[in-house]
Design a protein around this ligand. Structure first.
Ligand SMILES: [Zn+2]
Ligand SMILES: [Zn+2]
Length: 338
């Protein structure tokens, strides 16, 4: 498919969609009822269904029985860590290999006209965004996320944390599984706003933002403090009703789901001839402009409510520039009248 049918490419080779991003239709007033069926399909396919299937796979074949998890022991912790590590290597490796190494669709639908491998920089370990992002993800973020997952599984298994049962609370638990990505989105928005403040930005979050042109390996490339805050979303289970399945699902959404927003393409061609829309543009704009789109999407429109929403349109660009000018004026006024 010709990407210029649905978007434009500038002189630098960067592609942008013609259609502006929209928040979920039930947040509009009056609600855009006719758009809700399409939103529901987009909510499940592809990412939520992939996430639920992944959690089910882990739950059945990797996570030990609660009688085993009752005792903290390397015998079950190490296999879980190995499965997380290898599963994420295979998942991210697939996207990296297919779209950034083999480049099966070259730059078609690619937001940034360059590939990270073409842009060596001193901000990265070994001057390579790919090596830097890979090492930070696999040596820092995944171990931190797994440690939080292990702690929660042990708390449930040892009875320190009460658990609902699928037998008696199936509807409540299914609802919580479906709400997990909303909880993740809200959690991510607030920790993300926080780490954009100085000095946290300089000390912590700038590591992630070194990747102005994100690729799959960038997804979990984080400072350890950000990794803990990011995977800390699962700690909401200390307050919410829950189940060990949810401890695994929060990890899945945070770890596998981090790829949303870092794929770098608006449409990707799948093996077998199909294509999918990975919903990556909102977070791509965040990497490009920094002070917009602290959420990954508009399912919970916190960016709209807090004034940081950029829908990719000319109007969105104008609003961002206005906000930026107002911020500069505020900082200047404060400097002149301390
Ligand atoms: Zn990012
Ligand atoms: Zn950020």
């Amino acid at each position: 498919m010709d990407d210029l049918q649905t978007g434009v490419r500038n002189k630098r080779g960067d592609w942008a969609p013609n259609q502006a991003l929209e928040v979920a239709p039930f947040w509009s007033w009056p609600p855009k009822l006719t758009q809700i069926p399409a939103w529901v399909v987009g909510y499940f396919w592809p990412w939520n269904l992939v996430a639920i299937a992944t959690t089910a796979l882990w739950w059945n074949y990797v996570v030990p029985g609660m009688d085993v998890a009752r005792t903290l022991a390397w015998g079950w912790v190490l296999p879980l860590f190995a499965a997380n590590w290898l599963g994420l290597l295979a998942f991210y490796g697939f996207f990296e290999w297919r779209y950034y190494r083999r480049r099966v669709q070259d730059r078609s639908f690619k937001y940034n006209g360059k590939f990270p491998a073409e842009q060596p920089s001193d901000v990265f370990w070994f001057q390579s965004q790919n090596i830097d992002n890979f090492l930070r993800s696999f040596l820092v973020s995944i171990p931190i996320g797994t440690a939080i997952e292990v702690m929660l599984l042990w708390l449930y298994a040892s009875g320190h944390l009460p658990s609902l049962s699928w037998e008696h609370n199936a509807f409540a638990l299914a609802g919580l599984v479906l709400l997990t990505s909303f909880i993740h989105e809200i959690h991510f928005f607030f920790i993300h706003r926080l780490i954009h403040m100085e000095p946290l930005y300089r000390w912590v979050h700038s590591v992630h933002h070194n990747s102005v042109n994100p690729s799959p390996w960038s997804s979990m490339s984080m400072h350890p403090v950000e990794g803990a805050a990011y995977f800390g979303v699962a700690l909401w289970l200390l307050l919410l009703p829950g189940h060990p399945f949810l401890a695994v699902h929060f990890f899945t959404i945070a770890a596998f789901g981090a790829i949303v927003g870092h794929i770098g393409f608006d449409r990707i061609e799948l093996p077998g001839g199909g294509a999918m829309t990975p919903h990556a543009y909102a977070h791509y704009l965040h990497h490009k402009h920094f002070d917009v789109n602290y959420c990954d999407n508009g399912n919970v429109p916190l960016d709209l409510w807090f004034g940081s929403w950029h829908d990719g349109s000319v109007e969105g660009e104008r609003r961002m520039q206005e906000r930026y000018q107002a911020k500069v004026a505020r900082l200047n006024a404060r400097r002149e009248n301390p």
